[in-house]
Design a protein around this ligand. Structure first.
Ligand SMILES: Nc1ncnc2c1ncn2[C@@H]1O[C@H](COP(=O)(O)OP(=O)(O)OP(=O)(O)O)[C@@H](O)[C@H]1O
Ligand SMILES: [Mg+2]
Length: 493
């Protein structure tokens, strides 16, 4: 039987149309409340079920029962609104829907009943599609099981997940979004043309309730639970007007065992360096690079390149790799940001010295000339010495973080990197007063950026003319301050 069914584009919200035919393995719909996510996903599956191509769908929620009041009636509603009831057989007691034209089927289950999920079969062919509704209610291990369930077979497979962004630290964000594993469609109530003015007002009025509810359900922003150290409102505002990086990629170079040469920037959207300000920005500036090395409780290396004059975040590197490879990428960054026509000096690099002094020594071995110098007391001789790298201590750590708290509040627009801003939102003060990432979280971006801001004060702008207003009279006295001998050898710790 040949049936001609026409569905007008008008019945869909525009924001979702590009995803109607999407075949990527993982497809995510997330955002504020009432944006039409669930409705569109239901429309999309009815559309897919009608087609002759195999589409056997399993609709999953954390608890199976909840399907009866949400996803099951929603799919039936779309069938009836599109006048397609005669083409579908609906089994109310078993909660099954079958398209009589294609033989495609829908089953419903809860992750609370693993046995049932395992035993579900379809009359025609294998399971091809899974829709996890309100996916933030689920556990990562259960979703991993579903991924396994969909493996193998000949047909094209897809998992669709829908949810509100209830918690910035939710596993789903790291697993599917930050990793770029999933194709993502973001929407808010503003994208839903079917809402009434009253519906819209109800969502906008959430601003009179608490900030969390308003941010998540009206604006569709990732929710922050608990008290944050950094100014959450300033960060959220910044996150909503961020631009994409100018480029993403990494460096390639030749290495003969001693020296690095032939440095080249490679554009690659899966690269680990994001560029927000190019080295050849026309005004005269210099750059400072702060680096946090991977160590206890953290697997990432980060490097933050700052325009030393303005504090603007020019580039961010974040990657899990071996210390030598990290050092070589940082070397390239430093050279790249030092090759300005008017400024022939390498960018100033300050690497955290606590866990591993290897990158600091390696950078010196490679002949990199501009490393951050700190003053350190030699525990044996008591003499003040100069050493490369930034040492995090119980004194320096709170100091550089306090400065960063101020920068985030007062100069939020100088931070351009989404991942950095999102990490800052998660940072909390524990019961002992220590500022840190919550369990399972990270503080590598915070530390990299804080170190970068700290070391940029060591950048000098000798090419600038310094004018002293003659009306002031300076009465300079010879002070007794410690006189540092800048000719002293630098000792690597
Ligand atoms: N294409 C559509 N045609 C008709 N009505 C629609 C359409 N899309 C959405 N709606 C209406 O908008 C309302 C909100 O849509 P929906 O429930 O799909 O939003 P949601 O993004 O899933 O919300 P939540 O985040 O709260 O789950 C629905 O009750 C539905 O009536
Ligand atoms: Mg919904």
């Amino acid at each position: 039987m040949n049936v001609n069914i026409k569905i007008s584009k008008q019945v869909f919200n525009d924001v979702y149309l590009p995803y109607l035919e999407n075949e990527d393995r993982y497809l995510i719909f997330y955002g504020g409340g009432s944006s039409g996510k669930s409705y569109f996903i239901a429309q999309r599956f009815i559309y897919k079920l009608l087609k002759p191509k195999r589409c056997n769908l399993l609709v999953v929620r954390q608890t199976g029962d909840t399907n009866r009041k949400s996803t099951f009636p929603l799919l039936k509603q779309v069938i009836s609104n599109w006048n397609l009831s005669k083409h579908f057989k609906i089994n109310e007691s078993d909660m099954r829907i079958k398209c009589l034209l294609s033989g495609n089927e829908v089953a419903f289950a809860g992750l609370d009943d693993v046995e049932k999920i395992k035993s579900i079969t379809f009359e025609n062919g294998e399971l091809t599609d899974i829709w996890v509704e309100e996916a933030t209610e689920t556990q990562e291990a259960d979703i991993n099981q579903l991924k396994v369930r969909l493996r193998g077979g000949k047909s094209k497979k897809q998992i669709v997940l829908s949810f509100n962004p209830i918690n910035i630290q939710h596993w789903i964000k790291g697993h599917f979004i930050d990793s770029k594993l999933a194709t993502v469609c973001f929407s808010t109530y503003k994208d839903n043309k079917f809402l009434t003015d009253d519906d819209r007002k109800a969502l906008e009025d959430l601003k009179y309730t608490d900030e969390y509810t308003y941010n998540v359900y009206c604006l569709g922003q990732w929710g922050i639970l608990g008290k944050t150290v950094f100014d959450a409102r300033a960060i959220q505002n910044r996150l909503s007007n961020l631009s994409k990086p100018l480029m993403t990629g990494y460096f390639t170079y030749d290495y003969d065992g001693l020296k690095i040469s032939n440095i080249k920037w490679v554009k690659d959207k899966n690269g680990y360096i994001n560029i927000y300000q190019l080295p050849d920005t026309p005004h005269i500036t210099k750059f400072a690079i702060g680096c946090d090395t991977s160590g206890e409780g953290s697997d990432f290396f980060t490097a933050h390149v700052l325009d030393a004059k303005t504090g603007n975040q020019a580039a961010v590197l974040k990657q899990q790799f071996d210390a030598d490879l990290f050092t070589k990428q940082v070397y390239c960054l430093g050279k790249w940001y030092g090759t300005l026509k008017k400024c022939s000096q390498d960018a100033l690099i300050g690497i955290e010295a606590n866990f591993d002094s290897f990158p600091i020594m390696e950078l010196q071995r490679l002949g990199y000339l501009n490393q951050y110098v700190r003053e350190a007391q030699d525990t044996y001789t008591g003499r003040t010495e100069k050493r490369f790298g930034f040492k995090t201590t119980s004194l320096t750590r709170p100091t550089i973080i306090s400065r960063l708290i101020e920068i985030v509040r007062e100069e939020t627009n100088s931070i351009n990197d989404k991942d950095t801003l999102e990490e800052l939102l998660t940072i909390i003060r524990n019961e002992k007063g220590r500022i840190e990432a919550p369990e399972g979280g990270h503080d590598d971006q915070m530390m990299g950026l804080a170190i970068a801001h700290h070391i940029r004060e060591q950048v000098t702008f000798d090419i600038e003319e310094i004018r002293v207003n003659p009306q002031y009279h300076f009465n300079l006295e010879k002070s007794n301050e410690t006189h540092y001998d800048y000719g002293e050898d630098i000792v690597i710790v």
